[in-house]
Design a protein around this ligand. Structure first.
Ligand SMILES: [Fe+2]
Ligand SMILES: [Fe+2]
Length: 170
């Protein structure tokens, strides 16, 4: 069975998303340990529910961020989430019926899916969100109607910012 461990290669450079990824990776590891350590079925079901909840919440969070930022590849990214959501809930239902091999299959599936998805799809999303947070916003006035210094700039979240001052990603 593959051992999923978060490393810098999974970093998407958006701190709240990276924190959620670490939490999910830890939840996969906890489930793997319970399965290989012969834990009781009730513990395995509890750890599976926790893992599934982390995954579902995390996908919703990413989808909210992408929607708010009008991310071009939202549909493609969301389709990947939907496929994984479906598989996780199928495995979770089998585990609840007492099928421990479904637990091992879930760990294998997510270990591979998460490693691939975070390194490509999430990293692409992270680059887009980071660029937006760094101030690639839009001007709220019609060009040429007012002097530049009296214009207001807003970012994708609607916050005002000064385009001349470089902002650090939070
Ligand atoms: Fe994602
Ligand atoms: Fe993610």
């Amino acid at each position: 069975m593959r051992n999923l461990k978060w490393s810098a290669s999974h970093e998407v450079f958006v701190p709240d998303i990276d924190d959620e990824h670490k939490e999910i990776f830890d939840a996969v590891t906890d489930l793997r340990k319970a399965l290989t350590g012969d834990s009781a079925l009730t513990d395995i079901v509890r750890l599976t529910s926790r893992l599934a909840a982390c995954v579902v919440d995390h996908f919703s969070h990413e989808e909210r961020l992408m929607r708010a930022a009008r991310y071009d590849s939202l549909r493609w990214h969301k389709q990947q989430h939907e496929a994984a959501r479906r598989r996780v809930s199928q495995f979770a239902a089998q585990i609840e019926q007492g099928d421990r091999t479904a637990g091992l299959a879930l760990v294998d599936y997510l270990s591979s899916w998460l490693a691939n998805h975070t390194r490509l799809a999430d990293r692409m999303m992270g680059a887009f969100l980071r660029n937006q947070r760094l101030g690639l916003g839009k001007m709220t006035f019609q060009a040429g109607t007012r002097p530049l210094d009296s214009c207001e700039w807003v970012n994708a979240q609607g916050d005002r910012f000064n385009p001349r001052v470089a902002k650090k990603c939070r």
